[in-house]
Design a protein around this ligand. Structure first.
Ligand code: HSE
Length: 299
């Protein structure tokens, strides 16, 4: 019976103005092992059996939805989460990692029946929006959009020089809740604000026009409504700016805040850590680079 190991990167979605559209994979990973078994499914965390009901497990749901779609008969699975470095419900794509990991594992077990497009379309159907699952599948920064049930995507060049600092509080933000706080309609001028910034963000990255990035990360669609769900977000953004970051945004729906750097990060990391240590909520800080590989079947 087949056994497969999969590595999936974290992602940062929206990247300011690109709500439900822009996302980038990051060098921070989960790793899962999936084995077909003849008995009922069992979930393990680092080889320790979990009490969780397997039917609620997103990796399990993604595996079985994939196999059902391909009419591949299945019984049970041993699902072992061997590495879980992506923090849960912090806007770094932890659920997308479960979905993409589950689909990729199922596809490998079935003998790679699905191509990338099939994987991306199904992952988006399960997640509801494409901006985490597409970069988690492909790696790099990606623009994604829906045409009916199909996803179209285009990769974006991100200059090597840019580094991404994830500042992660101990509290979680639930994506469903943070989508509920958004308005149903927007003013025309707010739409123009975001369209202009996301368009220029892509070309400024391509051209290496770092001086334009701060403006390009501007957003009037989701961040103004969500920042109140993230205690101290204004203070953390202000401190990042003062310490020399060239732009900041809420990662996905939060709670992680992201700062972008175009120079040596040592000084920023040291000073920012000191600042975060003084706040409540046990903030963690991680320096990250884009992942360019996407989901990978490990040998
Ligand atoms: N685009 C989504 C949102 C990402 O902001 O709600 C959530 O991970």
């Amino acid at each position: 019976m087949a056994k497969v190991k999969v590595r999936i990167p974290a992602t940062t979605a929206n990247m300011g103005p690109g709500f439900d559209t822009l996302g980038m994979a990051l060098k921070l990973y989960n790793e899962i092992e999936v084995e077909e078994i003849d008995t009922q499914t069992e979930i393990y965390n680092n080889n320790l059996k979990s009490e969780e009901n397997f039917k609620d497990n997103l990796i399990y749901k993604s595996i079985t939805e994939t196999m059902d779609k391909q009419k591949y008969p299945h019984r049970g699975f041993k699902i072992n989460v061997i590495k879980c470095d992506i923090p849960i419900s912090r806007g770094l794509g932890s659920s997308s990692a479960c979905i993409v990991g589950g689909i990729a594992a199922a596809n490998e077990i079935m003998g790679s029946k699905m191509n990338l497009e099939d994987i991306i379309d199904l992952a988006t159907k399960i997640e509801g929006h494409p901006d985490n699952v597409v970069p988690a599948t492909l790696g790099g920064m990606v623009i994604s959009l829906k045409v009916g049930e199909e996803i179209k995507y285009s990769k974006v060049t991100v200059p090597n020089k840019l580094k991404f600092v994830a500042m992660i509080p101990s509290f979680q933000v639930n994506t469903a809740l943070s989508r509920k706080v958004l308005p149903d309609t927007y003013l025309k001028e707010d739409c123009i604000f975001n369209i202009s910034r996301s368009a220029m963000l892509i070309s400024a990255l391509y051209n290496g026009e770092f001086d334009k990035l701060r403006i390009c990360f501007g957003d009037k669609v989701h961040q103004p409504y969500r920042k109140n769900l993230i205690k101290n977000s204004d203070a953390v953004f202000k401190e990042s700016r003062e310490l020399g970051s060239i732009g900041e945004f809420i990662s996905g729906s939060g709670s992680t805040l992201m700062a972008v750097l175009d120079k040596n990060a040592d000084e920023f990391m040291k000073s920012m850590k000191k600042f975060l240590d003084k706040l409540e909520d046990n903030w963690n800080i991680i320096l990250l680079e884009p992942d360019l590989e996407g989901v990978k079947i490990a040998s």
